[in-house]
Write a protein that binds this ligand. Structure first.
Ligand code: NAD
Length: 342
């Protein structure tokens, strides 16, 4: 089986490639990644020499390059490539439309032209928008994105489903909740809390910190995605989640406890615009259809993640320097400087 994995140098994509190589002895993996600030080949150092793996640097919105890869013969695509950070989409939405929408359409067009057995579009719970208390969104719930990031992912989902309906393309859109685990870029909440805590730096927490999220350990997610890839009957949309929601503040406090750091590091800052209060998914359909359920609970997953960041300081120190530093100062700088706690 020849699989094109896009965005494979990012957080989830790199874990997925490793999972695929471990699960399927005969698989061939082509990793197409533009290596934006979020792409890092160090995430895949351990598989770089595997003869079943090949890296291609390039843009999913580059039709010539993408067509060339499909022409050479592919069985499946798993599309992770995306601009993924909501805060950055508020600063500038343009790269989000180009990669997340135009990039997805470029892949769909190529899949249509050259044929494909499975197209997995890795989407997000954010396309449903905020879930009212007590409500869990199912795959049939309407899309209601609130950020430019979520809107670009929702647009890509609609394109995928339209290509499925119109052209019969075997597309599955998976919508997962927040992932966490090793190799996650430290702009995201959990690694930001861990790495700032390790540096004894203030930890920015939006608003009252009582936003609720469902955290899915990245390897559980990847196992689910392999099942989606191999299942003989592609369903249009599948929700993948842990099934348990917790507040950001609970997560931050657990991490500080694991690191023996004081809660005084937490610094509440002004909430970001249109910050969704709660995400929650109903995963009955995916669990029944895939025979899948997450195995790592939040406590164990956080312990593993904290241990990884502790032991891999060189990885995140390199990532936290340079361009990330400039972004961090633009986004959080004013608020933290105002309180003298940068
Ligand atoms: P990430 O930001 O860590 O990685 C994204 C990768 O895509 C990077 O390697 C980057 O270089 C690459 N990329 C960006 N633009 C590209 C382009 N034009 N062409 C080729 N490659 C490009 O992202 P992640 O957290 O691993 O997320 C992967 C996917 O999962 C995304 O589609 C995201 O929307 C979705 N998702 C993530 C989460 C999460 O919690 N991380 C939750 C729900 C959904």
């Amino acid at each position: 089986m020849r699989v094109l994995v896009t965005g494979g140098a990012g957080f989830i994509g790199s874990h997925f490639i490793r999972t695929l190589l471990q699960t399927l002895p005969d698989v061939e993996v082509i990793n197409l990644d533009k290596l934006t600030y979020a792409g890092n080949l160090a995430n895949l150092e351990d598989v770089a020499q595997d003869p079943r793996y090949r890296f291609v640097r390039g843009d999913v919105a580059d039709a010539r390059l993408v067509n060339g890869l499909f022409r050479a013969g592919l069985d499946a695509v798993v599309n992770f490539a995306a601009e993924t950070h909501v805060d950055r989409s508020i600063l500038d939405g343009r790269p989000f439309v180009r990669t997340n929408v135009v990039g997805t359409q470029t892949l769909l067009e190529a899949a249509l032209r050259y044929g494909i057995r499975r197209f997995v579009q890795v989407s997000t719970d954010e396309v449903y928008g905020p879930a009212p208390p007590g409500v869990r969104f199912s795959e049939d719930s309407p899309q209601n994105p609130t950020s430019p990031y979520a809107a670009s992912k929702a647009a890509a989902d609609l394109l995928c489903l339209a290509y499925r309906k119109t052209h019969g393309l075997p597309v599955v859109v998976t919508r997962c909740t927040n992932n966490y685990g090793p190799y996650q870029f430290p702009e995201k909440f959990i690694p930001l809390v861990i790495t700032n805590a390790l540096l004894d730096r203030p930890i920015p927490v939006y608003g009252d910190g009582r936003q609720e999220r469902d955290w899915l350990y990245v390897l559980d997610h990847c196992e689910g995605l392999v099942r989606v890839l191999l299942h003989p009957d592609p369903r249009p949309v599948l929700n993948l989640a842990s099934g348990r929601t917790v507040t950001n503040l609970q997560v931050a406090r657990t991490i500080l406890r694991l690191l023996h750091k004081p809660e005084s590091l937490l610094q509440h800052i002004q909430d970001r615009p249109a910050h969704d209060r709660r995400y929650a998914l109903d995963t009955h359909r995916a669990r029944a259809y895939l025979g899948w359920k997450p195995r790592v609970d939040l406590e164990e997953g956080l312990e593993r993640t904290v241990a990884w960041y502790r032991e891999n300081r060189a990885w995140w120190e390199a990532v936290k320097s340079g361009a990330y530093r400039a972004y961090y100062e633009t986004w959080y700088g004013k608020v933290l400087q105002a309180t003298g706690r940068m």
